[in-house]
Design a protein around this ligand. Structure first.
Ligand code: ADP
Length: 184
């Protein structure tokens, strides 16, 4: 799932995972769990998250790849929030190859900025203040949005209008996923 902050990756990711009977892995949740565990690595992660900066790739790999590998061994996953940089996408592809897993689709939820800001301010997470939101949107545009072209070039991009109500977005994704026939 690719979307700007507030783009609905979590909501849609959970629904898709439930439909396919596979795991939903939210990188933000995995990183926040490390913060909550109070480790020294968690302390570093907290600083990046509070500022709305991306956590450095190596820390993300250390914390997330074991979780992804475990889900892979159990049959697959919906990744939400990872990969978020091109190096992360290359690493995710390597890991999939290692397990003979095919990356079926990269779903991009396209959401306009006023809608994103409205949703984030309504959510009220500690990194959902106006200034940090603006920074996160900038980081998305600069560092994460190149993944849209990356996956389009690989022929697996599914672009969906994410400004719609949640059920309409889910229906659009289902209609356009290459595996739609396999959904319960
Ligand atoms: P949102 O998409 O609304 O920003 P997330 O929970 O996905 O919410 O991410 C929150 C924060 O966690 C990000 O601002 C960043 O600091 C960190 N983060 C999450 N995923 C990644 C990732 N793949 N790479 C680097 N940092 C990440």
């Amino acid at each position: 799932m690719i979307a700007a902050p507030g783009g609905g990756k979590g909501t849609q990711g959970e629904r898709l995972a439930a439909q396919f009977g596979i795991e939903h892995i939210s990188s933000g949740d995995v990183l926040r769990a490390e913060v909550a565990a109070g480790t020294s690595l968690g302390g570093q992660v907290a600083g990046y998250q509070r500022r709305g900066d991306l956590v450095p790739d190596q820390i993300v790999f250390d914390l997330l790849l074991p979780v992804v590998a475990a889900a892979t061994a159990r049959g697959g996953y919906i990744l939400d929030g990872f990969p978020r940089t091109v190096p992360q996408a290359l690493r995710a592809a390597d890991l999939a190859r290692q397990f003979d897993l095919i990356l079926d689709a990269a779903v991009y939820l396209e959401v306009t900025e006023p809608v994103l800001v409205q949703r984030l301010l309504a959510r009220a997470r500690p990194d959902d203040t106006a200034a940090v939101i603006e920074h996160r949107l900038h980081v998305f545009a600069e560092t994460t949005s190149p993944l849209i072209a990356y996956y389009r070039d690989r022929g697996i991009l599914v672009e969906v209008d994410g400004d719609q109500p949640p059920d309409a977005i889910t229906a659009d994704i289902q209609a356009r996923l290459p595996l739609t026939g396999a959904i319960g």
